[in-house]
Design a protein. Sequence first.
Length: 360
Amino acid sequence: MNFRKKSLLLATIAVLMAGCANLVSVRHIEPPNAKDTFTRIRRVAVLPFENYSESKDVDKSVDTLLAPALRSEEIFDDVADVRFTRDTMRKLKMTSTDILDREAVRKLGDEMNIQGIVYGKIVGWSRKDKGMPAQITMDLVLVEPTTARVLWTGNVTARGSLTFDEVLGWGPGDLEVDVARKAVRKLVRGLAGDIRDTRGVEKKGIVAQLRTEQAQERKKLDELKAQTGKTQAEIDKAKAEAKGIRDSASKDAEKTKNDLELQKAAFEAEKSKTQAAQQEIDQEKLKVEVERKKVAEDLKKIEDEKKALDEARRKAEEAQKKAAEPAVPPSTPPAPPALPAGAPPVPEPASPPPAGTPGR
């Protein structure tokens, strides 16, 4: 084969390979509804892919490729693998991503403590056939759990490429898993690039907002400084007035203190006089009490003597009455009652005259 034919063959093979290695993708990112919508998405969970193709189990192959691809782009701090997400879905009784509503997405986000959910579906999958490369079409979605808002969507169709060996019949071309890996890588790189760009915009907006807030705070600070200066002058004036009031009050207090001390000294002197007078009164009262007791004792003694005299008089009168009564057979007269001490002696009754003797 001459050089011209070889060059033509190589060119034909290159064209065939280029045509078969085609990647077509469409993606869309929603404008952030907050200043840090994409910046704060740091932990995401990968949900199992839904398979809408006629080939079975192709979703499992894609599931194993997505989480590593996301980690390799380093746009998230943590990516929860499908096997962990399946456990949580079973716990929340979720069987499919097709039935995810707002409440289910919110519960999933709360349960896994994540800020983003990544899931997708395989729309078409044609296995590699003789002379035809494999082809896959798939969708990918990023959802915010707190609002159930779709933040990013992407679609890709990937076809396998024909190698020199396959064109020449020497060996196989790309395997089906290689085509799936290309599709996943294409979607993930698109997602990562869009998120980085949006985060850059958010960062600029945050920086601009911070600068605006800083300028506003600086303006407020300047106004506050001016107000503070005015207030400080008023404070200084008030301090001077307060000092004058304190000095005047101190003088008044000192004078009042001296007056109080003089009044206290006069009161103490008057108190001493009053105490001395009270002592004299107490002594006089004591003397009067002694005299009163003495008088009371004398009165009691006189009263006792009076009672004794009255008793002696009563007895004398009784004796006289008995003496005046007719005579009774002689008998031993009763002994006269004893007289109290100091009482005058009672006179003895006169003896009756002898019989026959006339009375005087």
